[in-house]
Design a binder for this molecule. Structure first.
Ligand code: AMP
Ligand code: MG
Length: 353
C-alpha cells in the first residue's frame, strides 16, 4: 500500500457519496423505542479519503467506534505503506534476494490471501507485480515502457518466488529486485479489520469505505440496509447500478480509476501478469463478497481474466457475486445478484458461464 500511490481515486468516491447520501446526516437519529445514533468521520489515509460510519446505542459509543475504525486504518497504513521505509512491507521488499522478514499476523495474512487469490485466478491476480507497475510509473510520470524494459522485470514478478513460512511468520522474496504491491487488495483487507475493531468498540452497524473498497456490517437506524451505487465506468458521476448490502463487502476495479491516454489508447493501472501491459477485456469489475479482502483481491484478478472466464469463476465461488462491464460496455451480472441489483438504464445480459 502506498500513500501517494492511491491519490487519484476520486471517481471511485462516487460510489460512497451515493451511499452516504442515503445515510442520515450524522449526529443523533433516534427511533421511538430503540434509539440509535449514527456518527460519520472521514480522514485522508492510505492515500485516499476514508469514510467510516458507526451506528451505536449511544453517541459516545458511536464516536468511539468511528475513531477506533480510523485509528486501525492508520495503524495498517504504517505496516503496509511502501512510502514509509520502515513499514513491514518496505522491509520485506528491501530484503528481496537476501533474507526472510518476520511480519505481523495482519501482513502475513494479507500476503497469504494474495497468493491464494492468485491461484484461484490462474495467476491473474499477482501480488508480485510491483516491478511492472513501477515500469509504467503510474504513480509518478506515467509512460509506456519499451518491450525490453518489461522483459527485464519479468523474472522479478513471478509469485512462485514469494516464500511464506507460517511457523516463523516470515516472508521471503527469493529474487533480487522483487517487490510486493498490495495496491490491489490492501484497502479491502483494511476495511475488514477496521469494521471488526468498530464492532468490538460497540457499534451495531458500520460502513468503512476506502474510496471504492467498502465493508459493512449490521444496519442503519430504523433497520434500513446500506445502499450502494456502482460507478458508471464511462460516465463521470453517474451510477450504473444500485444494490443494498448487509454484512457484506464490495469493491470495484476499473480502467477509469487511474489511466492515461496516448495515441487514442487507454493505458490503465491493472496489468495482465502475462503481458505486463494493461489488461484488456473489461471496463470495470465490481465484486460483492463477505470479506473486503476477497472483494478487493478478486475485482483485480477478475478484471484481468476478462468477462467470460471471470463470470465462470464467480459462479464457482460460494458467496461471491460480480457485476462486470465488458470492454464494449455490455454489462454481465452473476446469477446470485440478479433480482438484487437495479441497473440504471444500461443494456445488460444475464451472467453465468
Ligand atoms: P484495484 O483498484 O483493486 O484493481 O487495484 C489496482 C492496483 O493493483 C494497481 O494500482 C496496482 O498497484 C495493483 N495491480 C495491478 N495489476 C495487478 C495484478 N494483475 N494483480 C495484483 N495487483 C495488481
Ligand atoms: Mg482490487
Amino acid at each position: 500500500m502506498t500513500t501517494r500511490r492511491l491519490l487519484k481515486t476520486l471517481p471511485r468516491l462516487g460510489c460512497f457519496l451515493f451511499l452516504a447520501g442515503c445515510l442520515s446526516a450524522g449526529g443523533i437519529c433516534g427511533v421511538a423505542d430503540e434509539p440509535e445514533v449514527t456518527v460519520r468521520r472521514s480522514q485522508m489515509l492510505m492515500g485516499t479519503l476514508v469514510f467510516v460510519t458507526a451506528v451505536a446505542p449511544t453517541e459516545a459509543a458511536a464516536k468511539q467506534a468511528a475513531g477506533e475504525g480510523l485509528a486501525e486504518i492508520r495503524r495498517l497504513e504504517e505496516l503496509w505503506s511502501t512510502w514509509i521505509p520502515t513499514s513491514e512491507l518496505s522491509r520485506v521488499n528491501a530484503a528481496a534476494g537476501k533474507t526472510a522478514v518476520q511480519v505481523s499476523p495482519e501482513t502475513y495474512e494479507l500476503v497469504r490471501r494474495s497468493l491464494e487469490i492468485g491461484e484461484w485466478t490462474g495467476g491473474a491476480f499477482n501480488v508480485a507485480i510491483g516491478p511492472a507497475v513501477e515500469a509504467w510509473a503510474f504513480y509518478e510520470q506515467p509512460k509506456v515502457p519499451s518491450d525490453r524494459e518489461l522483459e527485464e522485470v519479468r523474472g522479478q514478478t513471478d509469485p512462485r518466488h514469494v516464500r511464506l513460512d507460517p511457523t516463523a511468520r516470515t516472508i521471503l522474496l527469493s529474487r533480487p529486485g522483487m517487490h510486493l504491491d498490495v495496491g490491489g487488495i490492501g484497502k479491502g483487507y483494511a476495511a475488514d479489520l477496521a469494521a471488526e475493531v468498530m464492532r468490538r468498540a460497540g457499534a451495531t452497524g458500520a460502513v468503512v469505505a476506502l474510496s471504492g473498497d467498502i465493508k459493512t456490517f449490521g444496519r442503519m437506524p430504523e433497520g434500513k440496509p446500506f445502499l450502494f451505487g456502482i460507478d458508471h465506468p464511462r460516465r463521470r458521476d453517474a451510477i450504473l447500478a444500485a444494490l443494498t448490502l448487509e454484512n457484506e463487502a464490495v469493491s470495484t476495479a476499473g480502467d477509469y480509476q487511474r489511466y492515461f491516454m496516448q495515441d487514442g489508447v487507454r493505458y490503465h493501472h491493472i496489468l495482465d501478469p502475462a503481458t505486463l501491459r494493461p489488461a484488456r477485456g473489461c471496463q470495470s469489475v465490481t465484486v460483492v463478497a463477505k470479506e473486503g479482502i476477497l472483494a478487493d483481491g478478486l475485482d483485480t484478478g477478475l478484471f484481468v481474466m476478462g468477462p467470460e472466464r471471470a463470470l465462470a469463476l464467480v459462479e464457482q465461488l460460494a458467496g461471491v457475486e460480480a457485476v462486470i462491464v465488458a470492454e464494449d460496455g455490455a454489462v454481465r451480472v452473476s446469477s446470485g445478484l440478479q433480482g438484487r441489483i437495479k441497473l440504471k438504464g444500461a443494456s445488460w445480459r444475464e451472467g453465468g458461464a
